[in-house]
Write a protein that binds this ligand. Structure first.
Ligand code: 2HG
Ligand code: ZN
Length: 452
């Protein structure tokens, strides 16, 4: 029998023995990421129930000099939420408080462990919606989404998680609690700590609660799936729909992805034949936005189209986009390169990236899709060993060459640390390091993430 872990014993007195997971079977699901590409053993997993327990856990971990990996729903795609080896995993999934919706302010305060779907359901009952939506809504937690500044399909209208944050509560490395939850829309009193913690990937503090801005519930939808023979054609339609006031999503995907989704999900192809490029456009409003969408598309050039205001048909069209991730995962362990391009260079990138990759890594199988209105493409690469970085290198260098970003909405995690310098200057990295040093001088919060 292994000797007892003194830190685990101390933490068990804080959270209860049932919430310190020492057994390898119980730890397993916390130690591997969703893609199976990233995994490592934890020292143990601790599951505090509220902010006070998180603070005490962090105080004791800091005292013991124990590195910590914070984890929400474990839906991250850059390896930032799973242990690299020997860290304590602090799961925030039990922080599930849902306070009543403040209808006057159009805001709500929720715990970090609330899933996006739970938040959506909670605010819907009060007649509100939430500005961010992502396909992993049933598992992704609000705390994790803040920590990664998650984006998703509505960013063009409402912005990413950072734009929804009115206030935050977080626990620093030594157990200090930072709390800014009064829900003041205007509050220019010093540094914007909520904005700083959004996208900090668990390296500066652990998010425990958040005060979130809500949006009006817009139940009427109009959705169009359009087919093109080129990215240029799709971008021409993006230019036409961009000014529709009710525009909420413009997503792009390609033949390679549609055929894969159809095969994996057992769906027919969306049109009688497969086309090189697809655009999914959605508008939402109080009243049917179809006339506006149809007017913007009148005279536009596309090869095929399906338009609907119906809920079921809408879900059927979205399946071709939203089921990309799971279909790719079913084929193998992907390398996930979430990148952003200036829209003026997106056509060039999408047109050349497959050729560039084929020239230097012929066995790589790229599948592209993404949030085209944000210039955000998800380049997924199959066919490589998990530790084979050649495709990553080719693609991220090309993105940098075109003036893009190596991480659009998934973060740097541990996946992209080696390429951080491509799109951040030495001065910029030094400033980020200074912030990290100030907030976590002992370096126990998610070590290795962002900076390597
Ligand atoms: C999406 O847009 C997510 O569906 C996941 O950001 C992207 O699987 C991916 O690469
Ligand atoms: Zn995405």
């Amino acid at each position: 029998m292994s000797s007892p872990d003194p830190l685990a014993e101390r933490l068990a007195r804080v959270v209860g023995p049932a919430h310190v997971l020492l057994d390898s079977d119980l730890r397993a699901s916390y130690e591997t990421d969703w893609t199976r590409r990233y995994h490592g053993n934890s020292r143990f997993v601790v599951r505090p129930a509220d902010t006070a327990e998180v603070a005490e856990v962090m105080r004791l971990c800091a005292e013991a000099g124990a590195p910590v990996v914070p984890q929400g729903g474990n839906t991250g795609l850059v390896g930032g939420g799973v242990p690299r080896g020997g860290e304590v995993v602090v799961s925030l999934q039990r922080l599930t408080s849902l306070e009543p919706v403040d209808s006057t302010a159009g805001e709500v305060t929720v715990g970090a462990g609330v899933t996006l779907a739970q938040l959506q359901e909670h605010v819907l009952a009060a007649g509100f919606g939430f500005g961010v939506d992502i396909a992993s809504r049933d598992s992704a937690t609000i705390g994790g989404m803040i920590a990664t500044n998650a984006g998703g399909i509505r960013v063009l209208r409402h912005g990413p998680m950072r734009a929804q944050l009115v206030g935050i509560e977080a626990v620093r490395a030594g157990g200090t609690v930072i709390r800014r939850l009064p829900g003041l829309t205007k509050d220019n009193t010093g540094y914007d700590l909520p904005g700083l913690l959004a996208g900090s990937e668990g390296t500066l503090a652990l998010v425990t609660r958040a005060r979130l801005r809500l949006i009006p519930l817009l139940a009427a939808r109009a959705t169009a799936l359009l087919a093109f023979d080129s990215v240029a054609g799709a971008l021409a339609v993006l230019a036409r729909v961009r000014a529709i006031p009710s525009l909420e999503a413009v997503e792009i995907f390609f033949r390679e992805g549609v055929e894969l989704v159809a095969r994996h999900a057992g769906l027919p192809l969306p049109f009688a034949k497969a086309y090189p490029t697809y655009l999914l456009v959605e508008c939402t409003a109080r009243n049917d936005p179809m006339p506006d969408l149809a007017a913007a598309l009148d005279g536009a050039k596309f090869l095929d189209s399906a338009l609907t205001s119906g809920r079921q048909q809408r879900d059927a069209l979205w399946a071709y986009r939203e089921r990309h991730t799971e279909s790719i995962n079913a084929e193998g362990i992907p390398h996930k390169l979430d990148v952003a391009l200036p829209l003026a260079r997106l056509e060039e990138f999408a047109g050349n990236v497959r050729g560039r990759l084929a020239a230097s890594v012929p066995e790589a199988r790229p599948i592209l899709f993404g949030h085209v209105a944000d210039g955000n493409l998800h380049v997924n690469v199959l066919g490589l060993e998990p530790d084979d970085d050649r495709a990553t290198d080719v693609i991220l260098r090309y993105v940098a060459e075109l003036g893009g970003s190596i991480s659009a909405e998934h973060g740097v995690g541990i996946a992209k640390t080696r390429w951080l310098h491509l799109t951040r200057s030495p001065e910029d990295i030094a400033t980020m390091r200074a912030l990290k040093q100030a907030l976590d001088p002992a370096g126990i919060l998610n070590p290795g993430v962002i900076f390597g």
